[in-house]
Design a protein around this ligand. Structure first.
Ligand SMILES: [Zn+2]
Length: 423
């Protein structure tokens, strides 16, 4: 129990001794002010999906929803603002789930799933997934570890100790859609509380009492995670700034989650475009000052890492700025430069040919963005048709790499080319 939590408890005990139990109920909201998105995986797939089903007919999406509903009630009682991405047996698109979580300004994203194995019904263990690499996503890993520890300690599995925390890049080379699309805004995990393809696993997962136990485990993990405080960094640059001067140091104000500046020594790190730059921590001021690499061309993004004394890491939300050159480039309508840069990235995507996972998706997204930018900057330009066709090609390539449903975007781009650029 943290000191702060103990103090709150003491104050509440004193208060309840004075004025009865009423204030105890009102004050006992450890998650007050915290926004959480609970995402019960899948939904309404019964008509066409013969995979997400156990031997006696229990479906994953039903289990997910039952656990999520119990968890949501518990979190709400504890004062959290809970958003459920679905509350019925219906499907919600993966992109829609991520947008909802971002719109809710979530402090944590928890996607509830259960596992299936087509070829090995003996599999019976819990898994918690985080996005990408542990180094780059430390806060999600912090929560994932708390969760897997209590799953292993308190739930029943045939391979109890085999339960583990894994990167979602082990499932898809570019990670899972919901975690990839929420990573820039909040920490998040996908929890797989056992296998419905295991006969005894299915038996347990069908039981309301076991669903309740699982919800209780998520609940306690969430309480413990937020009890450790969620440290954060704020970039000290005026909001009105149109571009960043990379010749000047950049400052971040850090909070350990308790309004203080107590962090683990040597846990500080600032990345610029994914590469570590020099930084210096002033514990008296609570300011981390970094020296940027001034060679960046048009835009630049920084991420701050540090860990508080309770063991929680900052979720490294990127701070993205235009450079002076980038600002001038955008304001002077340099469509050709955008197009040329898109062409360079396009050829990198073509050369890599599905080999390098999330790196390729990042490059592909940048190329898409630049082709689109060239068309925004100059609505009709001599290479517009090429840009439109490359956009279509990249969308189709992206569809093969990620599990998001891009069919709407692809169709729209096909008809755009057909209608606006007749042969
Ligand atoms: Zn699932």
């Amino acid at each position: 129990m943290s000191q702060k939590f103990a103090l709150i408890l003491l104050v509440m005990l004193v208060l309840s001794a004075c004025v009865g139990t009423q204030s105890m109920l009102v004050e006992d909201q450890p998650l007050k002010g915290i926004n959480i998105t609970i995402d019960p995986g899948h939904g309404a797939t019964q008509a066409y999906d013969s995979f997400r089903i156990g031997q006696t007919g229990e479906r994953e999406e039903w289990i997910n929803l039952r656990v999520a509903k119990i968890l949501s009630r518990k979190l709400t009682l504890a004062g959290a603002n809970v958003l459920m991405t679905r509350t019925k047996d219906r499907d919600v698109s993966l992109g829609g789930r991520a947008s909802m979580a971002i719109g809710h300004h979530s402090d944590l994203f928890v996607s509830i799933h259960h596992n299936g194995s087509v070829n090995d019904p003996s599999m019976d263990l819990p898994i918690v997934y985080f996005y990408g690499s542990g180094d780059m996503n430390p806060a999600s890993v912090d929560f994932a570890k708390i969760l897997i520890d209590s799953m292993r300690a308190e739930m029943a599995f045939q391979q109890q100790q085999a339960g583990a925390v894994y990167s979602d890049h082990l499932i898809y080379s570019s990670g899972t859609s919901v975690l990839r699309n929420t990573i820039d805004d909040m920490p998040g995990v996908i929890g797989e509380g056992g296998f419905f393809t295991n006969p005894s696993g299915e038996g347990r997962l069908k039981s309301k009492a076991y669903n309740k136990l699982e919800a209780e485990i998520y609940y306690k993990a969430i309480l413990e995670y937020f009890d450790r405080g969620t440290p954060s960094a704020t970039c000290l640059l005026p909001d009105s700034l149109e571009f960043i001067d990379l010749l000047r140091p950049i400052e971040f104000e850090l909070d350990d989650g308790f309004g203080n500046t107590f962090f683990v020594e040597n846990s500080f790190k600032v990345l610029q475009g994914g590469v570590q730059i020099q930084s210096n921590w002033d514990s008296n001021l609570g300011i981390l000052t970094a020296t940027p690499d001034s060679s960046f061309k048009k835009s630049v993004s920084f991420q701050v890492f540090a860990r508080n004394l309770q063991g929680n890491a900052i979720h490294p939300i990127p701070f993205t700025f235009l450079t002076k050159a980038g600002y001038e480039w955008l304001s002077h309508e340099k469509w050709l430069e955008a197009f040329d840069e898109a062409e360079i990235l396009y050829s990198q995507v073509i050369q890599s040919n599905g080999s390098s996972g999330s790196m390729e998706v990042d490059t592909l997204d940048s190329a898409l963005h630049l082709y689109q930018l060239s068309l925004e900057l100059q609505i009709v330009h001599p290479k517009a048709r090429i840009a439109e066709e490359k956009i279509l090609e990249l969308l189709m390539k992206k569809q093969a790499l990620v599990e998001d449903d891009l069919s709407g975007e692809i169709e729209a781009q096909q008809s755009r080319i057909k209608e606006y650029y007749p042969d």
